[in-house]
Design a protein around this ligand. Structure first.
Ligand code: SF4
Ligand code: SF4
Length: 387
């Protein structure tokens, strides 16, 4: 059994049901374990009270505007891709009370923040979502202004990554260089192998505390055959991506195409519902609301997720900066794939496909990027057919 930090980077094997003991070991060390669970017709991230909460034998099928659960033929514990939730909902929650105060005589007494950080274990973090957490870390932890509430929660997260064994119909992590294998920033990374009657997990140890947690869980050194099987699982997922995104000079492409007629086309279809920004694991925009009660005895300041798809988001001095649907979709997609790179040194898109699956009219960021690239190529051909 792993006992020391010298085991970081080593790979061991856990039998399927021994994953339940891993969850128990995390709970015994004080972690609140969050992982995949069936809820209201989807696989979402929620507190796991035991291994029985995992979506054993379930998978999802996804396409533009479509998400369905299905029974699998096997009893896989992590045999799905990603659902509507991302880890953003926990480390950057949809609503957060920053401050509250109550009247005290002629003045006010500050009651401070709503809650303290909890020790959390994220179980089932996909490679694309691990990259999304890294993107949020850049936004909230790097640069001049650090978000103290994000920082205190983020420092209390133990990450159990799970490499993908299948790709969803809207996944394109391979194009974005973010998956399907987790390569950094995990305490443990699991690959689920089901073949020839065997069902086990190859576990890569990513940190000292990862090795310590495994110390109380029955595992064995991985054989060369088991390591090869885990590699095949990930290669199979990589070979079956539902979508592709050509990222060649994507920043320049979008900067050159602010006036492309394709923006009119997508604006005619977009409902401005903001689903895409809500499900996106990296969209981080918020608004702030101050709330006072009717008696004027208490007041609260809340931060809430906002979206660049709403008119209010850019409302200043009597009007919205981005008044049209065209301007709002163009802003979102250009930020994700181009201006984000200037702002944070990385793409704002990790290729998870959620915005495609959960768009009610199946608008597809890969298809929109392709259409803009193709129309630019046609324009070039018409202007200079000899280049
Ligand atoms: S833009 Fe779409 S595919 Fe990219 S990270 Fe956000 S939700 Fe996922
Ligand atoms: S692209 Fe789709 S999900 Fe996003 S705002 Fe438009 S209709 Fe809604």
């Amino acid at each position: 059994m792993p006992q020391s930090n010298s085991l970081t980077g080593q790979k061991v094997v856990l039998q399927r049901d021994d994953v339940f003991q891993l969850l128990t070991a995390l709970r015994e060390r004080g972690y609140c374990v969050i992982g995949p669970k069936l809820k209201r017709g989807a696989i979402v991230y929620d507190e796991l009270n035991s291994g029985a909460d995992l979506p054993a034998g379930w998978t999802d099928t996804q396409d533009g505007g479509t998400y369905r659960l299905q029974k699998r033929r096997d009893n896989a514990l992590f045999g799905y891709t990603v659902g509507p939730h991302s880890w953003k909902k926990i480390i950057h929650p949809a609503t957060r009370c920053f401050w509250r105060a109550k009247r005290n005589g002629d003045g006010f007494e500050s009651l401070g923040q709503e809650r303290e950080p909890t020790k959390l274990a994220f179980v089932g973090v996909r490679a694309c979502d691990r990259q999304a957490i890294a993107v949020l870390d850049k936004v909230f932890l790097e640069g001049k202004y650090v978000d103290p509430t994000y920082k205190s929660q983020r420092e209390n997260v133990f990450i159990v990554a799970v490499n993908c064994s299948q790709a969803g119909g809207t996944c394109f992590c391979v194009s974005m260089g973010t998956g399907p294998k987790a390569t950094f920033g995990f305490d443990l990374a699991l690959t689920e192998v089901i073949e020839n009657g065997a069902h086990y997990f190859v576990v890569e140890i990513g940190s000292t505390r990862g090795a310590e947690i495994l110390g109380g869980v029955p595992c064995k050194e991985a054989s060369s055959e088991q390591l090869a099987a885990a590699k095949r699982v990930v290669a199979e997922a990589a070979a079956h991506m539902g979508r592709q995104m050509d990222t060649t000079d994507i920043k320049g492409l979008l900067y050159r195409n602010y006036e492309n007629p394709r923006w009119d086309n997508v604006a005619a279809r977009c409902l401005n519902c903001s689903n895409c920004t809500m499900v996106c694991p990296t969209c981080f925009c918020t608004t702030v609301e101050d709330v006072t009660d009717l008696t004027d005895d208490s007041t609260e300041r809340w931060r809430k997720w906002d979206s660049c798809f709403t008119l209010d988001f850019t409302y200043i001095v009597g009007g919205s900066v981005r008044a049209s649907a065209l301007a709002r979709y163009r802003q979102w997609m250009t930020h994700k794939l181009a201006t984000w790179i200037d702002q944070f040194g990385t793409s704002g898109c990790v290729g998870c496909g959620r915005c495609i699956t959960w768009c009610p009219v199946a608008i597809d960021i890969t298809e929109e990027a392709r259409a803009i690239r193709e129309s630019e190529a046609v324009r070039k051909e018409q202007h200079d057919p000899h280049t």
